[in-house]
Design a protein. Structure first.
Length: 202
């Protein structure tokens, strides 16, 4: 069976969130996922490849050939930040999405690409300049809970580690979502993972 979208991302949690978000909005599409670039040959036709920028590093920005040869005709969408995203576009990348946007915005952009609209950059410069202060609004405890969520921990495990009840963890998650102006736990994790270095340093 041909695949409409292939997602390649090194973080399982991020991979699952992207897959879940896309399947919710685009249930008619066949979506495949991989944790790394598969070097085996394939006969599957792919319309769109969403690839984590770290994975793309492995096939070299200067030579997108291996990825293009593996998925001929597919539009390549890079997920992540790059100092000069326009260079990626010049080398054959269809779109660069820096993931400072919400999960819903990212899914909508993918939907528009599949419909033949939208290419180029989807970059929030203001977020890029202030990633270190995105989490300033969170308390120390809330940042700790968000870090644990980004590491794939479940509420019950976080509760045990912090010696609090699972209900208290849920309350923290609710406050985190409100303060970060996101609607779901998944989106808060999506944002946390996107700026994990800044979150970890706080």
């Amino acid at each position: 069976m041909d695949q409409d979208i292939l997602i390649i991302h090194q973080h399982r949690l991020m991979l699952d969130m992207l897959e879940m978000g896309l399947k919710k909005q685009l249930p008619q599409l066949n979506i495949a996922t991989q944790l790394s670039i598969d070097t085996a040959q394939t006969t599957q036709e792919t319309k769109l490849v969403l690839i984590d920028i770290e994975q793309l590093n492995k096939v070299s920005f200067r030579n997108l050939g291996p990825l293009v040869n593996r998925h001929p005709g597919a539009r390549i969408v890079v997920l992540g930040s790059h100092a000069r995203p326009e260079v990626l576009l010049a080398r054959g990348v269809h779109t660069v999405i820096d993931l400072n946007h919400s999960l819903d915005d990212t899914v909508k952009r993918v939907e528009s690409i599949l419909a033949g609209r939208g290419s180029g950059l989807m970059v929030c410069k203001e977020f890029e300049q202030s990633s270190s202060c995105i989490f300033d609004c969170l308390s120390e405890r809330e940042r700790l809970v968000l870090r644990e969520l980004c590491c794939g921990q479940k509420s019950v495990n976080i509760a045990t580690k912090l010696d609090i009840s699972p209900q208290t963890v849920h309350s923290y998650v609710s406050r985190i979502c409100t303060k970060l102006n996101v609607e779901t736990r998944q989106e808060s994790v999506f944002l946390g993972m996107r700026h994990f270095e800044a979150l970890q340093a706080m």
